[in-house]
Design a protein around this ligand. Sequence first.
Ligand code: ADP
Length: 361
Amino acid sequence: MKKVSVECRDIRLSYGNTEVLKNINILIEPGEFFALLGPSGSGKSTLLRLIAGFNQHNAGQLLVDGKDISTIPPHRRNIGMVFQSYALWPHMTVWDNVAFGLVERKLPKAEIRERVEAALALVSLSTFARRRPNELSGGQQQRVALARTIVIEPQVLLLDEPLSNLDKKLRVQMRRELLSLQRRLGITTIFVTHDQEEAMTTADRMAVLDKGVVQQTGSPATLFDFPANRFVANFVGTMNVLEGAVRARNYSGVTLSVEGVGDLAIPVHDDIPEGDRLAASFRPHSVRIDAAGGNADAHYLWLPGVVEEREFLGEFVRYAVRVGEQRVTADQSHFAGLSQFQIGTPVALGLEPSQIRLLSA
Ligand code: ADP
């Protein structure tokens, strides 16, 4: 089947006087696994339902394969949607649930049989065809919902928080299955989630939404390494932010005066944002934590601090370190036998200059 692109162009949508989608521009490439990521209420489901045709935008264009489908009703869009609740028919068998859309389309019996068999095989449920939904686990019900949607061979697959009803372990397994299924079918897939780990592990690219505005679009690694603003920096992973007044700015970087910490000369070589105030941001795992007064490596920017909190997470230890009036999170990889810093210990935090991003304050 032909792989198609999905494009939102200047899309706006209001409920009454409240604009919940503000000038959305997103281009999803043919065959891409694309995530819409954002906190609750950011407009993800509204946008997904708009693509399905259940919501109508007030302005802008929605293009599939380059053609505006804004006025085409949902059932004629060739778009399949899997709902968070699965919405299976409880009184029907798995087989009948999956066959439903094909029966409705009045396809020949032999073709229905062939396609239902193929769809059930794809989601590894062939032996469950005679069961009813309440005789299946959450993960199996999810797979029936998927089979029921892909059996109609949509050009675009929409998934609304498809894994949120499953427990953690099953979620991890199902997201791998979902990705492998999507790869085999090659179908353009748009997936809504509020869980950044889910988006990062599955999506080719993603858009981060906040308050109905696309904050940034890109690959998971791009968004993690080069967040466009503080919202993305904090929503995708954990970020330390030291905000301060710009004291000096030249070709080799900026000097920030951070309240309660002092002047930080940050050698940054990528674009430095405009403004009198900026935020130096860096990930906890990029911070080196050493005993105070050790041999400080001149390559790092050193900040003196005191350990305030410590969390042991197995693979690493997460420290909250007081630095003047600020708090910095520093992760240290853990190995058997490696001693940990005690609460109250003076330490030196080393910031690796290449890992610091300057953001607008
Ligand atoms: P998300 O999926 O990111 O949690 P939604 O798209 O469900 O967010 O909602 C976006 C905003 O639109 C929220 O503020 C929500 O309260 C509002 N909203 C959603 N559906 C309706 C509706 N039918 N009528 C009025 N407001 C709505």
